[in-house]
Design a protein around this ligand. Structure first.
Ligand code: HPA
Length: 278
């Protein structure tokens, strides 16, 4: 299925018909992080099933609705749960929400995810600002920007030198410092999943310069940057991989969700601060 601007407009019109708010900021909540949507006031909530063309998230830990309201007085669109490539959706489907945001008028996209740490300085429960990424899936030719280009949305050959906005990163650091904690910075590597990584793959990604691995975010960032949005990406480090060939610790989804939930209060405070000042 390829989508065109008409599809995106159709979905955006449904959102507009449910609320008078016209947010400029959208927030995507990843695995175990859905609790953040509870801080939205004056909320209107639209189940993904009611949004035309919108992929419905099927994974445990991902609610599936779009919440429109305010956080710290800032009007926001909040995606509570996202569809992933490993669920069998196409790249066009998983990135449709970002295109809808673009035609809706969103200018700033804040993405959160759960990620596995590769940088050995990281601990489970830490937060990492994504300052760059390695699109391993996208590099194999599974890229959301493949196919006909709509020049009214963005250029055929978009620049990716600055995928993550440095001013938003600086703001995030300042807010975290006010809250008495610090944020790591690092490179996020995108894998399709759904299997977690082997020890040899982790050592390979470490050599490549990746600080964290995960199964989302990069396709959305590519589509958002193509459309000229400012992007902030924050990874919740839910587990840290060892670099030892005889790794003893296994990775599981329950741990990812549990640590994700543990991080929610800190991430909520951070996002509130950012939304207050953005
Ligand atoms: N690998 C991939 N995705 C993840 C991980 C991981 O270790 N932790 C949370 N999401």
């Amino acid at each position: 299925m390829t989508f065109t601007r008409a599809h995106y407009e159709e979905t955006a019109d449904v959102i507009r018909s449910k609320t008078d708010l016209r947010p400029k900021v959208a927030l995507v909540l990843g695995s175990g992080l859905s609790g953040l949507a509870d801080s939205v006031t004056d909320a209107v909530s639209i189940p993904y099933e009611e949004l035309p063309h919108w992929p419905t998230a099927t994974v445990h830990g991902h609610a599936g609705r779009l919440v429109i309201g305010r956080i710290e007085d800032q009007p926001v669109l909040v995606m509570q749960g996202r569809a992933h490539f490993y669920e069998g959706y196409s790249m066009a489907e998983i990135t449709l929400p970002v295109r809808v945001f673009h035609v809706f008028g969103i200018e700033t996209l804040i993405l959160t995810n759960a990620a596995g740490g590769i940088n050995q300085k990281f601990k489970p429960g830490d937060l990492m600002l994504i300052t760059d990424h390695i699109g391993l899936v996208e590099m194999t030719g599974i890229n959301p920007l493949l196919g006909p280009n709509d020049d009214s949305i963005g250029p055929r050959f978009p620049d990716m030198t600055h995928p993550y906005d440095s001013e938003l990163c600086a703001l995030a650091h300042a807010i975290a410092a006010d809250l008495n904690y610090s944020l790591h910075e690092g490179t996020y590597l995108h894998l399709s999943g759904p299997a977690f990584e082997t020890p040899a793959e982790i050592r390979f990604f470490h050599m490549m310069g990746a600080d964290a691995v995960g199964m989302s975010t990069v396709p959305s960032v590519m589509v958002a940057r193509h459309a000229g949005m400012r992007v902030l990406g924050i990874s919740s480090i839910t587990n840290v991989h060892t670099l030892s060939p005889s790794a003893e610790t296994e990775t599981n989804h329950e741990e990812v969700l549990e640590i994700g939930r543990m991080i929610v209060p800190r991430l909520t405070a951070l996002l509130r601060g950012i939304l207050r000042q953005i």
